[in-house]
Design a protein around this ligand. Structure first.
Ligand code: ZN
Length: 114
């Protein structure tokens, strides 16, 4: 019997990365007057966020990062990603309804910590 937490599957990880990428691009386009988002600053945030997801200790049981009890982001990055999600979340439904719906569903999962 396997007792380890299930790891994120390749496709989950890809969808997660895609969601973050779309959100950051949306935010960058509207806030940094960037014609080819993401700008270098946002690219840094994106790289950081994707890395955090890949290393998320909750694996498949993870919720969205904004609701996660672990807070693995360092504070400066956390503030930035929260701002991005707050802005891009509602707007994503218009442009990327499938990704947005997936993100909301994920956020409904409750994280039970032992
Ligand atoms: Zn930017």
């Amino acid at each position: 019997m396997k007792t380890d937490r299930p790891e994120l599957s390749e496709s989950e990880l890809k969808a997660e990365g895609e969601t973050i990428r779309v959100m950051i691009k949306l935010y960058c386009r509207d806030h940094h007057n960037c014609s080819h988002p993401p700008c270098p600053e946002c690219k840094e945030l994106l790289g950081y966020a994707v890395e955090r997801v890949a290393r998320c200790p909750l694996g498949e049981e993870r919720t969205t990062c904004g609701k996660c009890p672990i807070h693995c982001y360092k504070p400066s990055m956390r503030e930035r990603i929260i701002e991005v999600m707050r802005y891009a979340g509602p707007r994503m439904f218009k442009e990327h309804p499938k990704l947005a719906a997936r993100h909301v569903l994920q956020g409904l999962k409750k994280v039970v910590r032992s």
